[in-house]
Design a protein around this ligand. Structure first.
Ligand SMILES: Nc1ncnc2c1ncn2[C@@H]1O[C@H](COP(=O)(O)OP(=O)(O)OP(=O)(O)O)[C@@H](O)[C@H]1O
Ligand SMILES: [Mg+2]
Length: 262
């Protein structure tokens, strides 16, 4: 079997008294599109930040594309494309300047600058290409973050809610870029709250709950885990994160309140 691009074992992460990760183990091999699902606060962003070397685990071991992001962050950053939950960009630069800057920091050549132009064209960035990033809309900033992550064709993409703010066409383009990336042997790990996206795109899905993977597998495997053959991913998700009864009770209360009136 091919060496995993992500190999993380027993990760814990404490922020003061908050335990964000509580023994998370994750392996992702080349060609996989791995979806991280989980309730707010489950640990998705923490996991992606640790894999990308932006944060360190409290305990546990991590290898990303064969390197340790804690001790070899430069080796890891060269081989990944990371998109943060909220775009971290230089707001005074234009997209053109920003891509040139990103290309220069990664010792990349002319071909990469050309790739930026191709990707910018795919995301309809045209009229925004020479406008300071600070003046651009949320979705346009997200496109810039995504392009920067794809720019150097890294083997591994780590995307935190990558569809955030994207319009329908851009979402479709992103999905295509992700598929092309994995068809060429790359891997993608991304978090999302959009069940339909996870269901249609992922080769495997990990459902995070309270800092650990509560369930993992293909859609078919998750269905057999839940014992329900016809469940939607939303139903499986609520069941596997123990939120099914709570959700039904909350909906019941809201309906009762609405029926009673003000
Ligand atoms: N810098 C920090 N300082 C303190 N606590 C933090 C910090 N970052 C994350 N946490 C806590 O760690 C836990 C996991 O947060 P994380 O952002 O990883 O969740 P998430 O699954 O990405 O949630 P969401 O779906 O809302 O994006 C939460 O309880 C959060 O409050
Ligand atoms: Mg998050």
């Amino acid at each position: 079997m091919a060496a995993p691009l992500v190999d993380a074992s027993d990760l814990t992460k404490d922020y003061g008294r908050v335990r964000a990760l509580a023994g998370l183990t994750l392996r992702v091999i080349p060609g996989e599109i791995y979806g991280l699902l989980g309730p707010n606060g489950a640990g998705k962003t923490t996991t992606l930040r640790i894999l990308s070397g932006l944060d360190t685990p409290t305990t546990g071991t991590v290898r990303v594309v064969g390197f340790d992001p804690v001790t070899q962050p430069v080796e890891v950053k060269r081989r990944i494309g990371y998109v943060a939950e909220s775009a971290i960009l230089y707001e005074s630069l234009t997209p053109r300047e920003y891509f040139e800057f990103v290309a220069s920091t990664r010792k990349l050549d002319e071909k990469v600058v050309k790739r930026a132009a191709t990707l910018a064209d795919a995301f309809d960035l045209g009229s925004h290409y020479d406008v300071p990033i600070g003046a651009l809309s949320l979705g346009t900033k997200q496109k810039i973050s995504l392009i920067a992550a794809f720019l150097h064709s890294p083997p591994l993409l780590l995307l935190d809610e990558p569809l955030n703010g994207l319009d329908a066409k851009s979402g479709r383009i992103l999905k295509e870029l992700v598929l092309l990336h994995t068809e060429n042997g790359g891997s993608v790990v991304f978090s999302t709250h959009i069940m339909e996206v996870a269901e249609t795109m992922c080769t495997r899905i990990g459902i995070l709950n309270a800092g650990r993977i509560a369930a993992e597998g293909t859609m078919g495997e998750l269905r057999s885990l839940s014992g329900r053959k016809d469940s939607s991913l939303e139903e499986l998700f609520l069941q596997l994160t123990d939120e099914e009864e709570d959700t039904a009770a909350t909906i019941g209360r809201l309906r009762e309140d609405a029926r009673r009136g003000p």
